[in-house]
Design a protein around this ligand. Structure first.
Ligand SMILES: [Zn+2]
Length: 446
């Protein structure tokens, strides 16, 4: 009798333990209400008792259709259970059979106790809207011609749910602008084929909030262009005058030698300056503030052209090669610098190798840069008129003498200014294309 009672007690203990009442809990990490093909929806399942036995993640559509998104079995590794107390599954909704629309994500989980199996409800649910359809993106049929280093503008229509659109050329991204034309679906993006990557070809893309992205190869005629090659001497007195102060002003450590410091400036600081420029030019006005050929610094000689490949010689040895992506224009010392067209000041102050710099946004992704200024006459956010004095030429930054470094840019990527000084080119390649479509009330020039 006593042995029987002990057996009963042991059986009761075993039963209660195996039937531990802690059922698995789950969390669904949904970042927004809309989930797309690229949206990760990580699901984490936890169990306090004998460990997880199985996990099912399902998507249940409004009509009750269920699709299995993820499944995992966690078999027992001992008499006690699986010993797995937490599991995160990298769930996505882009499974065959899933359709767009309202749906519920359900997480079903079991552990190695039999008791919770009696409870037939999911461990977690999340209501979502599934959107697996990328926005459409269709270029208009106008033929596109672009010269390497030159500018081109593509017009295209895209869906209202597109949040990021534009043109990608190699690893460069050119932001598309909506809201300029009366047709809200019509967008415009300016782009170039950079001299550093003349074989790259443009792709038009549109991406929605759910991360669905459509990419279309643009039909474009690319005209090759050859650029000059020049050799520049880097004298010691120039290095003494420039290197220590440029390193210090830009938060770079002192270099063991002047030429090593110069190479840090010419390579690293040049690259970080360009990255800052692209960030400054990521946003643009959805208006066209340009109409006439861009103004060039008056009575100035071109010391250096767009696309010049420069080899830098130190004590007779070539120590570096870089591409010059603007025009160096020299007039008298401290010459007044006119704004090339009407625009909004997006930067007015030091900017890496360019020294004292003004950057203007002329709208629709087109910007100009004025570098090496000795004085700056405008403040960020101000609107300037065509021809208004924005500063004075100088030799701040990486400049050996008083001159203006002038750049035209699309989305912060340098393009050849010669096209923008040429009214005939502007009309034939850009203005006729843009003015063929009615603009929104705020989009017109002025
Ligand atoms: Zn320059």
């Amino acid at each position: 009798m006593r042995r029987f009672l002990i057996l009963v007690a042991l059986a009761a203990v075993a039963l209660l333990t195996v039937a531990e009442p802690w059922r698995p809990t789950a969390t669904i990490d949904v970042t927004g209400p809309v989930v797309g093909a690229g949206t990760p929806v990580p699901v984490t399942v936890r169990d306090r008792g004998r460990g997880l036995a199985s996990i099912d993640v399902r998507l249940v559509a409004a009509d009750g259709t269920a699709t299995l998104l993820a499944h995992e079995d966690l078999p027992a590794t001992s008499w006690w259970g699986s010993g797995v107390h937490e599991r995160t599954l990298p769930v996505r909704v882009d499974t065959v059979g899933v359709r767009d629309g309202a749906a519920t994500i359900e997480v079903w989980a079991t552990d190695h106790s039999w008791l919770p199996r009696l409870w037939r409800r999911p461990a977690a649910t999340a209501r979502v809207t599934v959107d697996l359809t990328p926005p459409s993106v269709t270029p208009t049929s106008d033929p596109l011609v672009v010269t390497v280093g030159g500018s081109a503008f593509v017009l295209y229509t895209t869906d209202a749910d597109a949040v990021r659109t534009g043109v990608r050329v190699g690893d460069l991204v050119f932001t598309g602008v909506g809201g300029y034309f009366a047709d809200p679906r019509l967008h415009v993006a300016g782009f170039t084929i950079p001299p550093s990557d003349p074989d790259a070809r443009p792709d038009l893309f549109a991406e929605d909030a759910a991360g669905n992205r459509r990419t279309v190869r643009l039909a474009v005629t690319v005209r090759p262009k050859s650029f000059r090659h020049r050799e520049l001497d880097v004298p010691d007195d120039f290095l003494e005058r420039k290197v220590p102060s440029l390193l210090a002003d830009n938060g770079l450590p002192p270099a063991p030698t002047l030429i090593e410091g110069y190479l840090v400036i010419n390579r690293t600081l040049r690259a970080t300056t360009e990255a800052r420029l692209r960030a400054l030019c990521a946003e643009t006005l959805p208006r066209r503030l340009w109409e006439k050929p861009f103004l060039r610094l008056p009575n100035a000689a071109s010391l250096s052209l767009f696309g010049d490949v420069r080899s830098y010689r130190y004590h007779g040895q070539v120590v570096d090669t870089q591409t010059h992506l603007g025009f160096d224009l020299a007039s008298v010392r401290n010459a007044p610098v006119p704004a090339a067209e009407a625009g909004r000041v997006v930067h007015a102050g030091p900017l890496g190798i360019y020294g004292g710099t003004v950057v203007l946004d002329h709208g629709l992704g087109l910007f100009t840069l004025y570098g090496h200024l000795s004085q700056i006459a405008v403040a960020p956010g101000a609107m300037v008129e065509r021809g208004e004095e924005i500063g004075r030429t100088g030799e701040t930054g990486l400049a050996g003498g008083d001159h203006l470094h002038f750049s035209t840019m699309l989305s912060g990527v340098h393009v050849d200014p010669r096209e923008w000084w040429d009214g005939h080119w502007m009309r034939g390649h850009v203005l006729d294309r843009l003015t063929a479509h009615p603009t929104a009330p705020e989009g017109s020039a002025g």
